[in-house]
Design a protein around this ligand. Structure first.
Ligand SMILES: *Cc1c(COP(=O)(O)O)cnc(C)c1O
Length: 451
């Protein structure tokens, strides 16, 4: 009998996260203050984020960072996640490639975001914080944070993009079930929200409005810290648990990946699965190829520009060195809500610049086609975000069919799609379309990048 699924014993779970910053040939450039243009230090960031997260954010020295025991305990509720050989998908494709996926949909919240929500809440609690706040679009991060806050006895306040809250009501129910206070953004509860509503009473909300409100709450409320579910370096560090487990599980399968693939929003699940393997490219002469799959409608990796830009629409955050489409970029309303971000994380941006990984952009319809094939072969309905990784893996497997190569392909299944069935419904009804953006539109949006 062929083994399909590889799982680690509790005693084999990683006890330290991997920090690729320590091994990068060129370190990521620092975030800078928009007014003074000075690099930001831990103290500048620590009035918003938990201090330990800020230390990790700027740590270019330690390759492994111990996972606090309390966090390891919480990880045990759902880790290890299975590494699965996708035999049925391989057979349907008729490819000689060996396809593996790491199933991060198997946890109480259904996406990888919980891996960073737990340590962020743990550190907040350790530092005497009583409240955490954040923004969320489609709601995966908000849901993970709400759960983690309840685990560590913190109050959570989540600003959810108003239009997403109306379109995806179940995610706000999930957040409230875990005890979070959920507010549609823009709201009348903050000065930023009031200003936005005064200017535009029917504003549908955006990640930009929600970030502004959450940051304002954190900076004006004693004992309240802001948290972020993607883009930042410390989030990628926490997510390395995915790749560190996968490394051991691939060894159990007796294989090593030639290609590692993940979908790309801000880079956390990509960094999570890729960096522990990239370490062996950097240190041990391995030659694995790393592919980040982004939506054709939000192509910052393949068509963006490397520049210092704001992390949010309103321009409240520090300036971050990244591949960006411009912070004013308004992506089409595709169903992979988690991939609609204008910029890439600082580590990833440097790695792309240095040619150590690359992006591919995938049209929306191809992702749903891939998601359906995956559901019908492997029995799991993937999140629309994750379907970008599946589509990229299928492209690689098809290439192997042409060349006859038996490549080992590993991709991350970042989440399941069971709360995204309206998207599948629309696809099945033939109501979805592709959104390719023109060079002129990209040029126009890049004008919002500060000079
Ligand atoms: C948020 C999310 C993503 C995108 O975020 P990254 O930081 O790029 O990983 C991808 N998949 C799922 C299921 C998500 O919830």
């Amino acid at each position: 009998m062929k083994q399909k699924k590889f799982i680690l014993q509790e005693s084999e779970l990683p006890t330290a996260w991997y920090n690729i910053q320590a091994d990068m040939p060129n370190k990521p450039l620092p975030p800078i203050h928009p007014a003074t243009k000075q690099p930001l230090g831990v103290d500048d960031l620590a009035h918003i984020f938990p201090r330990e997260c800020c230390v990790q954010e700027l740590d270019q020295e330690h390759d492994f960072i111990p996972i606090p025991e309390e966090v390891q305990e919480k990880y045990k509720y759902y880790r290890s996640t299975p590494l699965v050989r996708a035999y049925a998908l391989e057979e349907a494709l008729g490819t000689p490639a060996h396809i593996y996926f790491k199933n991060e949909s198997v946890n109480p919240l259904g996406s990888h975001k919980i891996n960073s929500a737990l340590p962020q809440c743990y550190y907040a609690k350790q530092e005497g914080t009583t409240n955490v706040t954040t923004e969320t679009g489609a709601g995966q991060w908000g849901a993970a944070l709400s759960y983690a806050a309840s685990v560590f006895g913190l109050e959570a306040a989540v600003y959810q993009v108003k239009i997403s809250m109306q379109q995806k009501p179940y995610r706000s129910s999930i957040m409230r079930t875990f005890g979070a206070a959920v507010t549609g953004s823009p709201s009348m509860s903050t000065r930023a929200g009031k200003d936005i509503i005064t200017r535009d009473p029917r504003h549908p909300g955006s990640l930009g409005t929600a970030i502004s409100e959450a940051v304002e709450l954190a900076t004006t409320t004693p004992g309240c810290k802001y948290t972020l579910g993607s883009v930042l370096n410390h989030v990628a560090i926490h997510q390395s648990i995915i790749g560190l487990e996968a490394e051991k599980q691939m060894a159990m399968a007796g294989e090593y990946p030639d290609v590692v693939i993940a979908c790309f929003g801000g880079g956390s699940n990509f960094g999570g699965i890729a960096f522990p393997f990239m370490r062996h490219n950097l240190k041990d002469g391995k030659t694995t190829e790393f592919i980040a799959a982004e939506p054709e409608s939000c192509p910052k990796l393949t068509r963006g520009k490397f520049a210092y830009d704001f992390g949010d629409e309103a321009g409240y955050t520090p300036l971050l060195p990244m591949y960006t489409l411009g912070h004013g970029f308004k992506p089409a309303n595709i169903h992979a809500g988690g991939l609609r971000y204008h910029g890439a994380g600082m580590i990833i941006s440097q790695l792309i610049k240095d040619g150590l990984m690359h992006g591919v952009d995938i049209p929306q319809l191809e992702t749903f086609e891939a998601g359906l094939l995956f559901a019908r072969t492997e029995g799991i309905i993937p999140a629309p975000e994750s379907s970008h990784a599946i589509a990229a893996a299928i492209r690689e497997a098809e290439k192997c069919k042409q060349t006859g190569e038996e490549k080992v392909i590993l991709f991350n299944l970042s989440g399941h799609g069971l709360i995204d069935m309206t998207a599948y419904e629309q696809y099945l009804n033939g109501d979805l379309i592709n959104y390719k953006i023109s060079d002129e539109d990209i040029e126009k949006n890049l004008k919002s990048v500060p000079q």
